[in-house]
Design a protein around this ligand. Structure first.
Ligand code: CMC
Length: 435
């Protein structure tokens, strides 16, 4: 039995187990979120908690990102995502997530220069791209090459101070776009384009993706702004699966390159960063006449598959990122004159789902992945690169969380427990006696 009361120090919960009462301190976050502190539970009671999927478990305290899923609120370091989307850029947001404050103009210039200095890959790294099959998935290449960076910077495997952290973080933030673009060039048999130091972060990425020797790709300002917004909206989302993976790997004192490489692997799955590609596949099937919207929803309701880009563990009213992206997708298609029939299908599908009891009862709303693929298509990004684009955007968040875990001084190696449900002791049977 669990009771809660208020004592002189604040709130305390009381747990009564087998006739003994135990006190569980209540932790209250800055946004009035409440948690029961069970850190001494097993030592004092012999019991553990059981929470598969960790839906009720706070794995750490963090000062980076706040999400209120009931109210559809997302803030990075206190700044509402809506304000950042209108006024900020991806690089400014990256700086703020990693270092805690928006940069002054000098800090922003210096950070841009640092990223510019780091944009090239060591020439030997070209062999990594040459060694993979041409149809190798770009997420596999991205995670492998990011991990390999550790071989080229052994002095940054053990980060002891802020300067080393800054150097390692800048290398990853800058080189991830070169690696991502080169994985695409490799898959399409195109020559690698080197980064151009005169170009901004997003423009440079589009250049490495789409330019060919002697013919520069020149994106419009709207396209560059749309890409910056896409990255900015993906930059962090507190303790999701890939971020928790990064923090877990760091808790062993693994290096930054290895930890974010593990984050890329966790992101790859279709329930996480792979969902944006799933959305486009679904919209294409409807567009090509392989399914109608009502048929599709009926099959989802029969649980044959999930509606990709819908639902979220935390958001139960709306995902503010999806709201921003829906409008941005509209604006971008209008300003560039690019007509994508998949947008109309997406809008129709979302309206149909949002007025259907199955989705209403389960509080399922479009998430960040529902509209993002249409923006990426308009930027000429192929579908297998979609999770890679998510990973580039999420890099500042992973790095900020890695640093928070690395420096907070209280982190213990992450090591959940289990409830064992297997065989009890039994004895070895020689092979000739086995039936
Ligand atoms: N389509 C149909 N039914 C769904 C969906 C969906 N997209 N999402 C959840 N449900 C149902 C689920 O079947 C369950 O129904 P019931 O109570 O009858 O068994 C109920 O809603 C609760 O689902 P859950 O699996 O307990 O929810 P969760 O919090 O564990 O999963 C999720 C969250 C995002 C994995 C899930 O909503 C999902 O699979 N969505 C589709 C994939 C997707 O779009 N992922 C991107 C997430 S946002 C970006 C990111 O962080 O990667």
């Amino acid at each position: 039995m669990l009771k809660e009361s208020r004592d002189a120090k604040g709130k305390t919960a009381y747990l009564i187990l087998d006739g003994t009462t135990y006190e569980l301190p209540v932790i209250v976050g800055t946004e009035n979120e409440h948690a029961l502190d069970i850190t001494k539970l097993r030592r004092e009671t012999g019991y553990i908690t059981f929470d598969p999927g960790y839906g009720n478990t706070g794995s750490c305290s963090s000062a980076i990102t706040f999400v209120d899923g009931e109210k559809g609120i997302l803030r990075y370091r206190g700044y509402p995502i809506e304000e950042l989307a209108i006024n900020g850029t991806f690089i400014e947001t990256t700086y703020m997530l990693i270092f805690g404050e928006l940069p002054t103009s000098t800090q922003r210039r210096e950070f841009r220069e640092l990223l510019c200095d780091q944009e090239l890959l060591h020439e030997d790294l070209r062999h990594h791209f040459e060694g993979v099959p041409s149809n190798g998935h770009p997420m596999a290449i991205l995670s492998a090459v990011i991990n390999s960076l550790g071989c080229y910077y052994p002095d940054l495997l053990q980060i002891e101070n802020e300067d080393e952290f800054l150097r390692a973080a800048a290398k990853i933030i800058s080189k991830v776009r070169t690696i991502a673009a080169w994985s695409y060039r490799k898959a399409h048999g195109l020559p690698f384009m080197y980064p151009d130091p005169k170009l901004s972060y997003c423009r440079n990425f589009l250049h490495m993706m789409h330019s060919i020797p002697h013919r520069y790709f020149e994106p419009t300002d709207e396209q560059v702004r749309a890409l910056s917004l896409f990255f900015l909206l993906h930059a962090d989302h507190e303790q999701n699966c890939s971020c928790s993976t990064v923090r877990m790997v760091q808790s062993t004192e693994a290096n930054l390159f290895a930890s974010v490489s593990a984050g890329i692997c966790a992101l790859w799955g279709r329930l996480h960063g792979g969902a944006n590609a799933g959305v486009i596949k679904m919209l294409e099937e409807i567009h090509d006449g392989d399914a109608t919207i009502p048929d599709y929803l009926e099959r989802v309701k029969r649980k044959e598959f999930r509606l990709m880009g819908f639902g979220h563990r935390i958001y139960k009213s709306f995902d503010p990122r999806a709201k921003i992206l829906r409008q941005a997708t509209h604006d971008m298609l209008e300003s560039t004159g690019y007509d994508d029939p998949l947008l109309d299908i997406a809008l129709e599908l979302a309206d149909a789902a949002l007025s259907d009891d199955y989705f209403i009862e389960r509080k399922l709303y479009p998430n960040v992945d529902f509209y993002s693929g249409i923006i990426l298509r308009a930027l000429g990004i192929p579908v297998d690169m979609f999770p890679v684009m998510f990973a580039i955007g999420r890099m500042p968040g992973w790095i900020a969380h890695w640093n928070e875990t690395n420096t907070d001084g209280t982190t213990r190696i992450h090591r959940p427990r289990q409830i064992y449900m297997g065989e009890s002791t039994r004895h070895y049977v020689p092979i000739e006696e086995r039936k």
